[in-house]
Design a protein around this ligand. Structure first.
Ligand SMILES: Nc1ncnc2c1ncn2[C@@H]1O[C@H](COP(=O)(O)OP(=O)(O)OP(=O)(O)O)[C@@H](O)[C@H]1O
Length: 608
């Protein structure tokens, strides 16, 4: 919790300092009250006191109380401000950090956990700052100041107060020992609930189709019950705290008056009045001491959860990114002195996923020249996706080198490298917006973060005429024009969250259009044609050959038909390249390829 405070801005520190000053003034005023009470008691007990004197002392007491109240409100206002701005920063810092995560880091935290960390965990911190920070500062000031006020006012009373304080500390410590581990598990259990709920919602169709509602319900109930019982335990333990505090406080009062009664009875007549007045003052300060501890106990209710949350947020913010930026913006120069463009080369590349020791890819070598089409085929799990994921640096190689335009991909800045690439993933991803904003993805937003100028209604970025024209071309190349034109609004038609209002094949085509829109040096298609029918598959490839003639194309495919015309086909088997060449060459030289081809093509097609 203390570590996370370094994310506070200078101004927030200043605000907290002002808050602290206000607290000191507040405590000073609150501790003045018993003095006025002593004055009033003496006035009441002294024969001949005038009523107006009592009114004046009472009036002062009221004024001080009102001022103390105003200070408390002001400090509350300041901490609420600090809490809001600080947690806003924590949320955006976390978002920024997660944006920079590679797939390895994303796999380390689950999506559900990352969501809890930037919502629920941040709320815990906000609650602590708003409610707890004030008390954390006020409690010790109040307790210590009150103790100094009563020191020397009566030995017997001091002993009684000390015993009460010791009992309080032991009680708080015991309760904390019981609940702290539970608070730690509470956030993990919240992650669990999020995970189960998220899985259920994203897989709703499968749940329905398999009549698995009860099965899912049980999973959710289990997660829900786990969280509820932990919360019940902590709340029960905490609910003991308050009555315990007030019992100790009342017990102390009783002890002070009891002791006082004996002392007053034993005193001479002249001392009786002083002793009585001292007793009243003492009891008021003793209440303030206990109040100090009471406030501390409230802090202890909020602290453990906030502490756990702070650690979880820091875990995200301090995660070391495995994919670090290089410095290069440009590729190498070719023999003719001009910069190389669109060249991809794998030199003896081996790769293992971060959490496994077994290599998934071993000694891969191939080269794709500018404008060439290089295809990858092989059985499922042979490592095709893993291989092409190394080009945009979703992961880094374990051995060897991946070169783009003659330069190791690790030397580029992530932006420079990814600007060269148009990537179409295996599962197409759509974002809430329009067809145009999905195709021209990431455009229309300005770098300063002030999106107000560039986004129109509904937070949809506005594209200029030239950008819109490019969207039309990309949609044409991806053979998406026909269905886009039928949609209400054409390229301005709405796309629902996750693209739920378009079909799988349509999503795939929009995904292809997105890559084409960028006019990249390198186009990567990870099994992107599988959701297309044979005709559309062929039409897209023909359009690509015309429109993206200068782009190098790396295509992962399952269908021989998709890749037959490629300049080079790389055949993968269990993470190794078992054949390379054109369709014709491979039919003769590579048994694995021939087997795949025979299973998909007719005798006639095989004969060419
Ligand atoms: N994130 C990951 N962590 C660990 N292992 C993984 C991960 N992703 C994939 N693998 C493993 O890597 C191997 C190759 O997977 P990959 O997705 O590259 O195969 P593929 O040839 O593209 O398969 P498909 O044609 O079915 O998409 C598989 O055995 C898979 O279990």
């Amino acid at each position: 919790m203390i570590k996370i405070s370094r994310y506070l801005s200078k101004f927030e520190w200043f605000e907290l300092f002002i808050g602290l000053l206000l607290i000191v003034a507040d405590v000073f005023l609150e501790l003045k009250l018993p003095d006025y009470m002593a004055d009033i008691t003496t006035l009441v007990e002294t024969p001949g006191s005038s009523m107006s004197d009592i009114w004046i002392a009472g009036g002062k007491m009221l004024g001080v109380s009102l001022l103390a109240m105003a200070l408390t409100v002001a400090t509350g206002f300041i901490t609420a401000r600090v809490a809001a701005s600080f947690t806003q920063r924590l949320r955006s810092e976390q978002f920024k950090k997660v944006e920079s995560f590679g797939l390895a880091e994303l796999n380390k935290f689950s999506t559900a956990s990352l969501i809890t960390r930037s919502t629920n965990d941040v709320t815990q911190i906000q609650m602590f700052i708003t409610m707890g920070l004030l008390m954390l500062a006020k409690a010790p000031i109040m307790a210590i100041w009150a103790i100094t006020k009563i020191a020397g006012k009566g030995f017997e009373w001091t002993v009684a107060t000390s015993i009460a304080v010791v009992v309080l500390i032991v009680a708080i410590a015991l309760i904390m020992m019981m609940v702290l581990p539970k608070f730690r598990s509470m956030q993990t259990l919240t992650d669990n609930i999020n995970r189960v709920a998220r899985e259920n919602l994203t897989g709703l169709r499968v749940v329905r189709a398999y009549n698995a509602e009860d099965y899912q319900q049980n999973k959710f109930d289990k997660a829900n019950n786990d969280l509820t019982s932990t919360q019940l335990f902590t709340n029960r333990a905490m609910s003991v705290m308050m009555p315990l505090m007030s019992t100790i406080m009342n017990g102390l009062m009783l002890a002070v008056y009891w002791i006082g009664a004996y002392l007053i009875e034993a005193a001479t007549l002249t001392d009786k009045l002083t002793l009585f007045s001292n007793m009243v003052v003492f009891s008021s300060y003793a209440v303030q001491v206990i109040m100090g501890f009471l406030l501390m106990s409230m802090v202890f209710v909020l602290w453990p959860r906030a502490d756990v949350s702070a650690k979880r947020i820091l875990e995200v913010l301090e995660t070391e990114i495995s994919i670090t930026d290089g410095a290069r913006e440009e590729g190498a120069a070719g023999a003719d002195g001009k910069p190389i463009r669109g060249e991809v080369e794998f030199r003896d590349v081996s790769f293992a996923y971060p959490d496994s020791v077994e290599p998934i890819l071993e000694h891969i070598n191939f080269k794709a020249e500018r404008g060439q089409t290089v295809a990858f085929i092989g059985s499922t799990g042979s490592g095709k996706t893993s291989l092409i994921n190394l080009v945009p640096r979703f992961y880094d190689v374990s051995g060897g080198q991946v070169l783009v335009d003659g330069v190791d991909v690790r030397e580029y800045t992530a932006k420079a490298l990814r600007d060269k690439i148009g990537y179409v993933p295996q599962r197409s991803v759509m974002f809430k917006g329009t067809v145009a904003t999905n195709v021209a993805f990431g455009v229309g937003d300005n770098a300063s973060g002030d999106v107000s100028e560039s986004v129109g209604d509904n937070n949809v970025p506005v594209l200029d005429a030239q950008q819109r024209e490019r969207v039309h071309t990309a949609v044409q190349v991806a053979q998406a024009e026909e269905f886009v034109n039928k949609m209400d609004g054409g390229i301005d038609a709405n796309i629902a969250q996750s693209g739920s209002n378009v079909s799988g094949g349509q999503k795939q085509r929009l995904s292809i259009a997105r890559a084409v829109w960028r006019k990249p040096e390198i186009l990567i298609f990870d099994d992107s044609f599988s959701a297309l029918d044979f005709r559309t598959d062929r039409d897209v490839r023909e359009a690509l050959a015309k429109e993206a003639v200068g782009s190098t194309k790396l295509i992962v495919a399952q269908r021989i038909g998709t890749i037959m015309d490629a300049d080079r086909i790389v055949v993968m088997d269990e993470g190794r390249v078992v054949g390379q060449g054109t369709h014709k060459e491979l039919l003769e030289t590579c048994p694995v390829y021939r087997e795949i081809a025979e299973s998909q093509l007719s005798e006639q097609e095989l004969a060419g």
